[in-house]
Design a protein around this ligand. Structure first.
Ligand code: SAM
Ligand code: SF4
Ligand code: SF4
Length: 336
């Protein structure tokens, strides 16, 4: 195990490196309207373009040495990556505080026990509605909600802790069903998190009018519940958390109405070995060729830390002044 380096790099705005999101595939079984609209054509990476698990493990260990404490596996749909639990097992042995996965949950059932036994204890499952019609529309018209709901219940039974349920809220599409989702999740000990619809990528025809600000949801909920803000768990926590009626925790990810670039400590690694220092980057920085060269782990570590030190991203803070027209990486290529 590589020990934590005490000189954690800081970027241009003095933000430390704390989180790494690792995309293990750009492919997905869903076609969520806000991420991979079915009307578009997609070309996915070929297998030989992927980083292999050994390469991911080496990079992750170097990121941990540079200060990363939290790892999240994402995609595309990460459960489509063969033998994912082997990677989880390797990553769970690193000196980190948190290892989790974000999945649409549809294929979870046969993976739950292998992932749990490999060392995964936390899950985030994306679920935009508990109602079949809305779920089907938002996920691309092909899937049935009960499978995700059943898999969430099964995950609880197996022993996964603090399971989060990510719901992208889109005005006029699912915002009228928020309370149903909330009740379904909270009554089962799951933590729903309402995400403002973001202008990620270039394919989703994003319109500001479709964003439901978290403040609006909060004020709606306040009419039915006693809503109390909760303290931040750690610096850079993405979600603002609230307690409803002293018993139910919910979260909001308000990247559009209340940007949190100032505390953004996240780097992202794409399936084909590019590092992105912002969800809205146009280009990543290639690291695969370095991994496959004669470079030593020390050389790669220096490369990573230099890259972080140059980082000056703060897209969500400048979105309203710069506009949303720039070319951006697609969400399914780097995960959430
Ligand atoms: N396929 C997995 C899933 O859906 O959970 C992991 C990858 S997905 C890109 C990661 C997260 O990004 C999901 O929770 C999804 O809801 C969220 N997401 C995708 N497009 C989004 C958008 N336009 N605005 C806000 N969140 C989005
Ligand atoms: Fe797939 Fe996740 Fe994107 Fe939906 S949000 S299309 S499940 S990658
Ligand atoms: Fe981080 Fe970029 Fe999102 Fe700002 S816009 S919070 S820098 S990922």
């Amino acid at each position: 195990m590589i020990a934590q380096d005490t000189s954690t790099p800081r970027d241009f705005f003095q933000r430390p490196l704390r989180d790494l999101r690792i995309s293990v595939t750009d492919n997905c079984n869903f076609r969520c309207t806000y991420c991979m609209p079915a009307s578009e054509k997609y070309t996915f990476l070929k297998k030989d373009e992927w980083l292999n698990f050994k390469e991911i493990q080496l990079l992750a260990s170097l990121f941990v040495k540079a200060g990363v404490k939290k790892l999240r596996i994402t995609g595309g749909e990460p459960l489509l990556r063969p033998n994912l639990s082997d990677l989880i097992k390797d990553l769970s042995e690193l000196a980190i505080e948190d290892l989790s996965i974000t999945t649409n949950g549809y294929l979870l059932k046969p993976h739950l026990i292998p992932l749990f036994q490999a060392g995964l204890k936390r899950l985030t499952v994306s679920l935009d509605s508990i109602h079949g019609d809305t779920f089907s529309t938002m996920s691309g018209g092909r899937y049935e909600v009960h499978r995700v709901l059943d898999n969430l219940e099964k995950a609880r039974e197996i022993g996964f802790e603090s399971i989060k349920v990510n719901c992208v809220v889109q005005r006029g599409v699912n915002d009228h069903q928020i309370e149903d989702l909330l009740k379904w999740c909270c009554s089962r000990g799951l933590i729903p998190r309402f995400i403002e619809y973001m202008d990620v990528g270039n394919k989703n025809q994003w319109m500001a009018a479709e964003v439901v600000p978290s403040s609006e949801i909060l004020s709606r909920l306040s009419q039915h519940y006693n809503v109390v803000p909760m303290e931040e768990n750690y610096f850079g926590e993405v979600a603002s958390r609230y307690l409803l009626d002293d018993k139910w925790e919910i979260g909001f990810i308000s990247s559009v109405s209340q940007p949190f670039c100032g505390s953004c400590t996240r780097a992202r690694l794409s399936t084909d070995g590019k590092i992105y220092t912002c969800l809205f980057s146009g280009q990543g920085t290639e690291v695969k060729s370095l991994l496959r060269s004669k470079a030593s782990p020390e050389d790669i570590f220096d490369f990573l830390t230099q890259l972080w030190k140059k980082r000056n991203d703060r897209y969500s803070e400048v979105r309203s002044t710069e506009g949303v027209s720039r070319e951006k990486v697609e969400m399914y290529q780097i995960g959430g």
